[in-house]
Design a protein around this ligand. Structure first.
Ligand SMILES: CC(C)(COP(=O)(O)OP(=O)(O)OC[C@H]1O[C@@H](n2cnc3c(N)ncnc32)[C@H](O)[C@@H]1OP(=O)(O)O)[C@@H](O)C(=O)NCCC(=O)NCCS
Length: 155
């Protein structure tokens, strides 16, 4: 049985993180028309702006059988990325990473999600996030509608 553990990201994890990113990132667009064709994933080491964004973030990894199988990264009060290896999805890894990150962040947290990614929007709603607006975002120059979400204080 797989044993899961959450720990802080370390510099020496970068190779495994890049592999995880490449296997999971494209699924953010899976509900977009022709999503996989229109949004081919650029590997993180070659994606200058996302690599820079990641390097400015704090990150937690989920380790399963000694390998990173999930990552969440954030900067200040904004969650920048949440990625889970397709092989271990649906086992609570994404929710556990969100819960662990939220415990380290302040009460007011924001994120932006591809608006068609309804399953993950439901996950965020169950963690007290709500939609606060829509805007056009870009992945490698291709426009995509993003839903901005915020998590307010309790009560
Ligand atoms: C979104 C993602 C991180 C979820 O990871 P996961 O480990 O499979 O999620 P969990 O098993 O913790 O599921 C959490 C909730 O998400 C929802 N969910 C996750 N995958 C789902 C699916 N395929 N269909 C329907 N609901 C789903 C469920 O509501 C689930 O709720 P539950 O805890 O009450 O069962 C993962 O699918 C992923 O990496 N996707 C590609 C990248 C992405 O879209 N990231 C979000 C960027 S904002």
């Amino acid at each position: 049985m797989t044993h899961f553990d959450i720990r802080r990201y370390r510099r020496e994890d970068f190779h495994a993180l890049a592999a995880l990113y490449f296997s999971a990132k494209g699924d953010e667009f899976r509900f977009e028309p022709n999503g996989f064709e229109r949004f081919p994933v650029i590997p993180l080491p070659f994606d200058e702006s996302r690599l820079k964004a990641f390097s400015d973030c704090e990150a937690l990894l989920m380790i399963g059988d000694a390998e990173p199988v999930g990552v969440i990264y954030w900067r200040e009060s904004h969650i920048v990325g949440l990625l889970v290896d397709p092989a271990v999805r649906g086992k609570g890894v994404g929710r556990a990473l969100m819960t662990a990150a939220l415990a380290q962040m302040g009460e007011s947290v924001t994120l932006a999600v591809v608006a068609s990614n309804v399953p993950v929007i439901r996950l965020y709603q169950s963690l007290r996030f709500h939609g606060v607006g829509r805007r056009q975002g870009y992945y490698q120059g291709v426009a995509v509608t993003l839903l901005e979400m915020a998590r307010g204080p309790i009560g």
